[in-house]
Design a binder for this molecule. Sequence first.
Ligand code: FAD
Ligand code: SIN
Length: 528
Amino acid sequence: MREIVDFLILGSGAAGLSIALELAEHGSVAIVTKSQASESNTNYAQGGIAAVMDTADSFDSHVRDTLIAGAGLCNEDVVRTIVAEGPAQIRRLQDGGARFTSRHGSLHLGREGGHALSRIVHAADATGREVEESLLGCVSSHANIHVYDYHFAVELITQHHLGEKVTRSRKDIECYGAYVLDEEVDQVIMFLSRVTILATGGAGQVYLHTTNPDIATGDGIAMAYRAKARVANMEFVQFHPTSLYHPGANRFLISEAVRGAGAHLVNLEGHRFMPDYDERAELAPRDVVARAIDDQLKRHGHTHVLLSLSHLPRAEVLEHFPTIAATCRQFGLDLAGDAIPVVPAAHYMCGGVLTDVNGQTSIRGLFACGEVACTGLHGANRLASNSLLEALVVSVRAARAACSPDNQVELNHQVPDWNSEGTSHPDEWVLVSHNRDELRRVMWDYVGIVRSTHRLERARRRTRVLYEETEEFFRKAMLTRSLCELRNLIAVAYLIVESALLRQESRGLHHMTDYPGTREAFLHDTVI
Ligand code: FAD
Ligand code: SIN
C-alpha cells in the first residue's frame, strides 16, 4: 500500500504541528504519529517558552545567557536568529488561540535557572498542554492536513531501498519518504513525498529514570543515522535536577520554575546545600544543580534530596503551580507546605540530527526540527525553556526552505514495498522487554550525570551484546513497534556512548571524572 503527499511530517509535537500549518498553504501534508496525536514531550512541558517580551529585557541578554549555558559550543549566529524570532512565535501561538498567563494586562514572565531576567512565557505550569492543544486545534480544521495517528515510522527511504550502495561519504543521498507501520492493521505503508520532516522529538527513554513520556525513544535520530545523515553532539544529555521521587510517580517533573519562584534544595540532614556549590545557588544552570544533587546523594548515601517551598506565600505557590500541586496531592504531599522528595532524571537531548538554522539535514529532501535536531542553539547545555522556542522558530524557517524546489526531491515511484519475507512471530518476545530494561539500566548506571572512560567502556561492551541479540531477532521477527523502538534505543545508546568516549574533557552536560576540565582541542561539535 502507498500514500503520496507533498510533505510528510513524522511527529505531532510543537515542531511537527507548527511546520504542518505552514506547509499546508503550499501542498498536501501528512502527519504520521505513533500514538494519539497529543502524546509528545511538548504536551508535558511545564515551565514555558523563553522569549524577550519585556522592554526591560533584550535580545543580547537572552543570547548571552544561552551562550553561557552552552559552554563554548553554541553557534552564535544560530542563537541570535532564534532568539530574535522568539517574540513573533509567541504572537503566532496567541493568534492560533493559545492563552498564556498574564497579570495586569500583560504576559506574566517566569524565572528559570541560567536566565538573568524573568523571560519565560507560560500557561501556569502546563505550558506544553496549552501549546499542543492550540496547535492541534488549528491542524484539525485544516483541509490540507491529514493526521495518521497510531502510525509508527520505521525507516526513511533513500537510494539504499533502490538497491544502491549508500555510504556516509556519499554527497547525493536523497530521502523519498518513509516506511510506516499502521499498528491497527499491522501493515507497513510506503509514504512517498517531495520533502520529509523529522519532528520525532527526544530520547529520554534510553535512561532508566526520565521525565519523558514513553514515546521518547529517539526513533528519528536512529532512522536518520541508519539513512547515513550526520548526527552531532549526542554526548550532551540534559538531566533535570528535580523529578518527583515517589513510588508510582514515574519521575514526574517538578518544574525549574518552582526554584525560579524561590524554592530551596535541602539534603536529608536539613542543610541547604546549593550555595556550597555555586553563587547562583538554586538558580544555577541545571547541569550544575543536577551534579550537586548527585554529589549529595553519593556523599551521604541518600536516595533523594528535598525541595522546600514552605517559606513562600502559600496562595502564590498554589496559583502558579496548580498542576504540580495536584500531582503532589495525589501522592499525599502538600507542595506549599511539605518538603518534596526529588531526584535528577534524564530530560532533554541536546544533540541530534545535524541541521542548519533552517532545519536542513545533510540529506536532500530531509529536514529535522525540534528536539530531534541539533541546530547549534544549545551547544553543550540547553538553557531552560529554549527548546520550545527552538522547535517553533526552526519549524517555521524549515517550512520556508522546504517549499523551494531546490530542496525537494522528485516523487520516486520506483521504491519497492516493504519486504517482510522470511519473518514470523518467534516465541521469545521476552527478549524485547528484557533488553529494553537492561539497556536503560546500563545507560543510567554507566552513562549518567558523572561519567568516566572505564564506565563508558563497560557500557559499550554491554550495548554491543544487546545490539547483536536484537539484530538477530529483528531479522526473523515480524515488525512491531516495541521491537523497532528497542533497535532505535540501542542505536541512540551507541551514539551517546561513542560520542562521550570521543570527548576527553568535561564541558557543559558532559562530565568525566578522568578529564575534569575543558580542553581547547575539543572546542568543536562531535559529528558522527
Ligand atoms: P515532541 O513534542 O516530543 O513530539 C514528538 C512527536 O513525534 C510525538 O508526537 C511522537 O509520538 C512522535 N514520534 C516519535 N517517534 C515516532 C515514530 N517513529 N513514528 C511516528 N511518530 C513518532 N522545553 C521548554 O522549552 N520549556 C519547558 O517548560 C519544557 N518542559 C518540559 C517538561 C517535560 C516533562 C519534558 C519531558 C520536556 C520539557 N521541555 C521543555 C522540552 C520540550 O518539551 C521538548 O523538547 C519539545 O516539546 C520537543 O518538541 P518536539 O515537537 O520536537 O517533540
Ligand atoms: C521545567 O519546567 O523545569 C522544564 C523547562 C525546560 O525543560 O526547559
